[in-house]
Design a binder for this molecule. Structure first.
Ligand SMILES: [Zn+2]
Ligand SMILES: [Zn+2]
Length: 333
């Protein structure tokens, strides 16, 4: 990665908004993209590319035919995904799983630049004290979508495997809804943060022990909802083994690996095994509200900050210190 001079994008066209990114969050999918490990189904990695899909920005210019609520200087969060609107997933209300989707920062140039032109549909005004908080709307939107997929209800007990940024965001969203959350992770520092955000915690020891403890915590028959936010095969298997009969298992953690599961867990338990990918526009609008109401809690996820000129260093640091890093943010200055 290098920092280079590029031509300015010019005035926004009809339905477009020019934004100035203030802060960009770095996430696991950026590492996958950067190291060329994105699956072809996700479009693969194409270089050169400006990274950055978790973006908090201010509006620099509003093009003609944009909605009236958008104005210059306003702080906004960016929905990174755009869908074709005509494929099968789009036709059944899953534009986030569109066959032809494009992600800003993966398929088109992203937020790690001084100016970025976006379709107005991908720009959401947000009441946030800081651009870095606005950038958190993106990981929170993934959590909102996962909570919807799991049909989590206020009185339910939910186990979340993996206390990285997405697992923590799932906990915040589920807790705000009124659910009880048990976050599971290998690392004590991550569990400490989870407790500060209102979750109960369990150290990952062995899969068998975690499944037994998770089932006990979940009440008679085990937890009705288990979410995997790791993408690690042993955790995916534990999710399926732990969930209650007639319960839901939600896969959020990305991976190209395979995870063997016991087939009987699906038939005997009649488990709903649900995948979750990115979010819809409605989920994103909800995420903006979650960030506005939980700024203090979510702000604790930001563990390291760099400035734009240090972006290559920031990525290197994040990738080589996975246990130390929660959320790395790159600011405009
Ligand atoms: Zn991300
Ligand atoms: Zn589509």
């Amino acid at each position: 990665m290098s920092v280079v001079d590029r031509p300015e994008p010019g005035e926004p066209g009809p339905g477009q908004v020019l934004v100035h990114p203030e802060a960009v969050g770095i996430c696991g999918s950026d590492y996958h993209f950067f190291s060329g490990h994105l699956s072809d189904a996700a479009g693969g990695s194409q270089f050169p590319r400006v990274l950055g899909h978790e973006v908090g920005a201010t509006i620099a210019a509003v093009g003609p035919e944009c909605r009236a609520e958008l104005s210059c200087g306003q702080r906004v969060a960016m929905l990174p995904i755009s869908a074709c609107g005509s494929c099968y997933p789009c036709s059944v209300g899953h534009p986030n799983a569109c066959d032809n989707f494009a992600l800003v920062g993966i398929h088109t140039d992203g937020g790690l630049q001084e100016l970025l032109c976006l379709p107005q549909e991908q720009v959401f005004p947000i009441q946030a004290a800081d651009g870095a908080l606005a950038a958190l709307a993106e990981p929170v939107s993934v959590a909102v979508h996962a909570v919807h997929r799991g049909r989590i209800r206020p009185d339910e007990r939910v186990v979340v495997l993996g206390a990285g940024p997405i697992g923590q965001c799932v906990a915040v969203v589920a807790r705000e809804l009124g659910a009880a959350v048990l976050l599971v992770d290998l690392q004590e520092t991550r569990l400490e943060l989870a407790r500060a955000l209102g979750a109960e915690t369990l150290r990952w020891t062995t899969a068998a022990e975690v499944v037994a403890n998770g089932r006990e915590w979940g009440g008679a028959g085990g937890p009705p909802v288990v979410v995997d936010a790791t993408g690690v095969p042993a955790a995916v298997r534990a999710m399926v083994d732990m969930a209650a009969s007639a319960g839901r298992a939600v896969q959020v953690g990305m991976s190209t690996e395979e995870a063997p599961i016991r087939i009987g867990s699906l038939t005997e338990k009649e488990l709903d095994l649900l995948g979750a990918s990115c979010c819809t526009g409605e989920d994103f609008a909800e995420a903006v509200g979650v960030v506005e109401r939980n700024a203090d809690a979510l702000g604790r996820l930001i563990s390291h900050e760099f400035v734009l000129a240090q972006a290559p260093e920031a990525i290197r640091f994040a990738m080589s210190n996975p246990t130390e890093v929660m959320k790395v943010v790159i600011r405009d200055e």
